[in-house]
Design a protein around this ligand. Structure first.
Ligand code: SF4
Length: 441
């Protein structure tokens, strides 16, 4: 990786700031730390671009499995720690099916994979892919099984088989779906690489020793396969943590391209598997393949993934608008809250529990919660009034009453002045809403 000074030599030195950095040197420093992209400078010469192309490549290659709206993207990460910026591509979860299943067993397993679907703070959490494993060793049986799976589910596919000769017919069958092929080892690298290259599919290379893994990746590239995924063959928590950390550190801190690829991990069933999976979500797993995943484990894992891969600088938000809750009419009161998702969904659920019809106005506070928004000056009498006007709330509710969160009781007078509504201070905690709203009736 060139230093900032070496990069700087190739920049136009106009110091125009169009790259969003005040000087070319500042831009060079960001580039050296993988925090900027070459394309951000519109004045870079072709020679400069060619000289710096390597330094602007992502430290971890972006690999796509599948296509269209179901495509799965992995890699292209730039950080070792989430709080330095953010993690970009959430760890994908795949459920494994093997070709020793009969059609009823397969149907049940795919239906189960689909059923692992939950909604939380307005986002849908679900499985992402299916891994099809060859256990029969029979090319025809495997190909036919893969075709059945491909017809039954539109998710991205992974094909798992150690023998390129057995894998070949199955790959041919679904190559348009761009499946991920697992996997190449020292024993079968040439055959697997030839298969992946001919079909235009990404390939997993597998080795427990990380130097051997980097050599395998280099050999696969020499054979013409660029889209690679690394399987460090971790069989327990210690191996997983050690190997994933070394891979990520080498790629990000040392810009070692030999290990600059997404990471695949096979997750066993049981408690140890759960520990491995939750660690892998936090520590650099790109794709986890589960032998089995009980729903009681799937939900917390998906919530963990959602939390880790949410941009820490951008709170999850809901659309500011007027929301009817419990089928309100004109006599229903108005309530307001902020557009921070966690706040909105907590308030919504408590109002629903009360069964009292209410018009809920969501005010845009850039995703901040009530008290934080108020303290930051983003929740004011003026912004509440503007939100009520924009949503037409006063035409929907003729009761003339606005219930405000107890945390911002001090807004009462200004809100009354701004809206002309009778202000009622609600409970400080959302959990008090059911009892409070029933008392209004
Ligand atoms: S846009 Fe290019 S020329 Fe302008 S300051 Fe940035 S690096 Fe320099």
């Amino acid at each position: 990786m060139p230093t900032a000074i070496e990069i700087f030599k190739h920049l136009p030195k106009k110091n125009c700031g169009e790259c969003k950095y005040p000087t070319c040197l500042a831009f060079a420093m960001q580039l050296a730390n993988n925090k900027a992209k070459l394309e951000d400078c519109p004045y870079l010469s072709d020679e400069g671009r060619a000289a710096l192309a390597g330094s602007s490549a992502p430290p971890i290659r972006l690999v796509r499995v599948g296509g269209g709206e179901n495509a799965l993207e992995m890699g292209d990460e730039t950080e070792l720690y989430r709080h330095d910026k953010r993690f970009f591509h959430p760890t994908a979860f795949a459920l494994r099916v093997a070709d020793d299943l009969d059609s009823e067993g397969l149907e049940g397993r795919l239906a189960y994979a689909r059923s692992l679907c939950f909604e939380r703070v307005g986002q849908v959490l679900r499985m992402d892919a299916v891994e099809v494993e060859c256990r029969s060793g029979d090319p025809e049986r495997f190909a036919s099984f893969v075709r059945t799976v491909a017809e039954a589910i539109e998710w991205p596919l992974m094909l798992r088989c150690g023998d390129p000769a057995v894998m070949s017919a199955a790959v041919e069958m679904v190559k348009d779906r761009r499946p991920l092929l697992h996997g190449a080892s020292t024993a079968n690298l040439k055959g697997m690489a030839a298969l992946a290259k001919a079909a235009g599919c990404p390939l997993v290379v597998c080795a427990a020793d990380l130097e051997e893994l980097a050599d395998l990746a280099a050999s696969a590239r020499q054979e013409g396969v660029e889209d690679l995924v690394l399987d460090p063959l971790a069989t327990n928590l210690k191996e997983l943590l050690e190997r994933c950390t070394v891979i990520r550190r080498s790629a990000i801190r040392k810009t070692f391209r030999g290990l600059g690829y997404p990471i695949y991990l096979g997750i066993p069933e049981g408690r140890d598997g759960m520990l491995m999976a939750s660690t892998a979500v936090m520590k650099y797993g790109s794709l986890l393949s589960f032998e089995g995943l009980p729903a009681a484990n799937a939900l917390p894992l998906m919530v963990l993934r959602q939390n880790i891969y949410t941009d820490p600088q951008v709170p999850i938000q809901v659309r500011p608008d007027l929301y009817p809750v419990n089928n309100p009419g004109p006599e229903a009161p108005l309530l307001f809250t902020t557009n921070f998702s966690l706040t909105y969904f907590t308030v919504l659920s408590d109002i629903e529990k009360s069964k009292v019809p209410v018009w809920l106005q969501v005010v845009d506070t850039e995703g901040l919660s009530v008290l934080t928004a108020y303290s930051a000056g983003k929740l004011t009498a003026g912004s509440v009034q503007a939100a009520l006007e924009a949503s037409g709330a006063l035409q929907r509710s003729s009761k003339g009453v606005l219930v405000i969160p107890g945390m911002v009781a001090r807004m009462s007078v200004k809100l009354n002045d701004a809206t002309g509504l009778h202000i009622i201070v609600g409970p400080k905690e959302s959990s008090g809403l059911p009892k409070f709203l029933r008392s209004l009736e």
